[in-house]
Design a binder for this molecule. Structure first.
Ligand SMILES: Nc1ncnc2c1ncn2[C@@H]1O[C@H](COP(=O)(O)OP(=O)(O)OP(=O)(O)O)[C@@H](O)[C@H]1O
Ligand SMILES: [Mg+2]
Length: 622
């Protein structure tokens, strides 16, 4: 598999941010892709927003023209004309224009809200698509979580922000052109001065964007940790233990500490950003002041009349606001651009996920599955979790895997389930390397019950039918699977039978015991109807009778399927066709129960230990 996750360390991102700032071409590419995205998320909404924006710009231009008319009306009146007649109409127009502007503003706000949610929907789809599509090993990487976290916020906001930034830039630009033309007609040298006033803002605002992005990258790990402490304090699964161990005060203190640190950093950041912004604004104000002084000089020299000067002041004031809006829009786009680049790199991980659907179709059934000299190490781990592992699973067999904690049983199960690829050696189906098979199809041939299976807060039927989501739910098969796993009578007896939600989180729901949950998880794997079943400690929470019944009927439930099961209980292991003993990532023994006991090795020792424990642990008979 290609596409190893490139760690997104803050330094690399900073470098990327810096070089990104130089590449306007790339920025333009991001702007374009944002526009395409927003357009595809809400064509009508975006069109309506553009229309409203144009309307606002027109209203603004008309406002300036009308103000001029009002002014000239008043000046005429000073020269002896009639004020009411000349001024009344423009004043009414002015009032209507401000009404139009107000309505347009309100409509714009609501449209933006709707468009924002539409974009968020599209982006959630993409981001979660990547999150569920990437290989399991990504979930071993803190860098992946950092980026996922950052992207979850930026994906929702930024594309939309770029679009609104562009729209407001377009509006400001239109207004600038109108006002600029007016100003040039009054005095040609005033316009360049107003434009120059924007340059300090342009410089400082691009710097502001960069420090904002860097701040976000720097803070992500701490923000995530804080998020984790929120979960610990508010999560349902955590609630009982947090209370039982009296953790609330400690958790609250840790959370508060993290927040305090964040606030301190934020304060420093805000001051830094504020100072930069201040420098920009001051620069702009100085240039603007110079413009006004130039204006006074022009009046002084008699180059410009009083009425024109009045109009020029209004125009300069409005123009300065619009120029600022223009640069603010550019800044927000630039800032979003850095986040969007981050997002783009994250979404590119999804291209790896596409490989899920590439490769040969694996056979429906197999005669023999083998792990051949398999070696595996978790990313960043100091030692191999598995080394030189050879095992065989023949069709129809029940094979057991035993070993002490941390010996590598679950890891081997994940490799056989196609969730990880071995670093050395290979897994074969009838001699074919599974690496050549289409991963999604391979997994369809395998059912797994993990040690830490998921308890879906969904109806019982769904909890079982999720085992085979590519087919319509078959209630009869759901019941058959539940019966085989010994869960049928319990589920049937629930308030709404199989429709009962298995969680107290939702109205009408209930919860099950640990053993009952385990049976539901087993039923899910039976329902999958796959030729290979991998059960990682499927009976650890079952009572002795349930466990006995499960294994007495396991062969029936399996029919001609093959099962690999992992267990610490030798009572269940002894019936297996073959037993493998794992020790520190290596297979150290294999054979049937009797063979292994008579060999008197590690298996025999563990077996004796457990039998003694059971004899001594048993309560005296009454
Ligand atoms: N995600 C991981 N990242 C790094 N190391 C891991 C990871 N998961 C497990 N390990 C390590 O790999 C080794 C094998 O773990 P594995 O979960 O396969 O053991 P196991 O035999 O299933 O143990 P148990 O009986 O406790 O379930 C252990 O040393 C463990 O600490
Ligand atoms: Mg395990």
């Amino acid at each position: 598999m290609s596409g190893d996750f490139v760690p997104a360390d803050p330094l690399a991102l900073r470098v990327a941010a810096r070089s990104g700032s130089k590449s306007m071409g790339r920025l333009w590419g991001l702007v374009r892709s944002s526009l395409v995205l927003v357009w595809s998320s809400g064509k009508r909404l975006l069109s309506a927003l553009v229309a409203v924006q144009i309307l606002s710009a027109l209203a603004l231009a008309a406002t300036v023209l009308t103000i001029q008319q009002v002014l000239s009306g008043i000046l005429d009146a000073q020269d002896g004309g009639r004020v009411m007649g000349d001024v009344l109409v423009p004043v009414i127009v002015l009032a209507s224009l401000s009404g139009v502007a107000a309505v347009a503003g309100a409509v714009q706000g609501q449209l933006q809200r709707l468009l924002g949610e539409s974009v968020a929907r599209t982006m959630w789809g993409k981001v979660l698509g990547v999150a569920t599509g990437v290989g399991l090993r990504f979930f071993e990487s803190p860098d992946f979580y950092n980026r996922l976290n950052r992207v979850q916020t930026s994906a929702m906001l930024r594309p939309h922000q770029v679009t609104t930034g562009l729209l407001s830039m377009a509006g400001a630009l239109a207004a600038c052109v109108g006002l600029g033309v007016t100003l040039v007609t009054i005095s040609p040298i005033l316009l360049p001065l107003v434009v120059i006033a924007g340059i300090p803002l342009l410089i400082t605002s691009s710097r502001e964007s960069r420090i904002e992005f860097e701040f976000s990258v720097r803070q992500t790990p701490a923000v995530r940790l804080r998020g984790y402490f929120t979960v610990l304090q508010s999560g349902r699964d955590e609630a009982k233990e947090v209370r039982a161990f009296g953790l609330p005060a400690w958790l609250a203190a840790r959370f508060d500490d993290l927040y305090a640190t964040y606030l301190r950093d934020l304060r420093a950041h805000v001051i830094r950003r504020g100072l930069l912004s201040l420098v920009g604004q001051l620069g702009a104000a100085v240039v603007l002041g110079g413009t006004l002084i130039a204006l006074v000089a022009l009046i002084d020299r008699g180059d410009i009349g009083v009425a024109e000067a009045g109009a020029a002041i209004v125009a300069i004031r409005l123009l300065a606001t619009q120029v600022q809006a223009l640069f603010r829009g550019a800044q927000s786009i630039f800032e979003s651009g850095l986040f969007l680049d981050d997002l783009r790199q994250f979404l590119a991980l999804g291209e790896i996920a596409v490989e899920e659907d590439e490769g040969q179709e694996p056979p429906e059934r197999f005669e023999m599955i083998r792990a051949e000299d398999v070696r595996f190490r978790y990313p960043g781990a100091p030692r191999d979790a598995l080394q030189g592992v050879d095992i065989e699973l023949r069709a129809g067999e029940v094979v057991a895997l035993v070993g002490e904690n941390g010996s590598g049983k679950t890891t081997l199960a994940k490799l056989l389930a196609g969730l990880y690829q071995p670093d050395g050696g290979r897994v074969t189906w009838d001699g074919h390397d599974v690496a050549a098979f289409r991963p999604s199809s391979l997994r369809q041939r395998i059912a797994v019950v993990f040690q830490d299976f998921v308890r879906y807060a969904l109806p019982a039927t769904d909890n079982i039918a999720l085992g085979r989501i590519d087919r319509p739910v078959d209630p009869l098969r759901v019941r058959a699977a539940a019966t085989a796993a010994g869960a049928d009578s319990k589920l049937e007896g629930l308030p709404h039978g199989y429709d009962t939600i298995l969680s107290r989180m939702f109205t009408g729901g209930t919860d099950l015991s640990g053993g009952e949950w385990q049976r539901v998880a087993l039923a899910r794997s039976f329902y999958r109807d796959a030729p290979l079943l991998i059960l990682d400690e499927p009976s650890s929470a079952l009572d002795p009778r349930a466990e006995h019944e499960l294994f007495a009927t396991l062969r029936d439930a399996l029919r001609d399927r093959t099962a690999l099961f992992i267990s610490h209980r030798f009572s269940t292991v002894r019936g297996a066709d073959r037993i493998y003993v794992l020790h520190e990532g290596e297979i150290v023994e294999q054979g049937t129960h009797d063979e292994l006991v008579s060999r008197d090795g590690r298996y025999a020792e563990l077996f004796r230990l457990q039998s003694q424990l059971q004899i001594h642990g048993e309560p005296a008979a009454p």
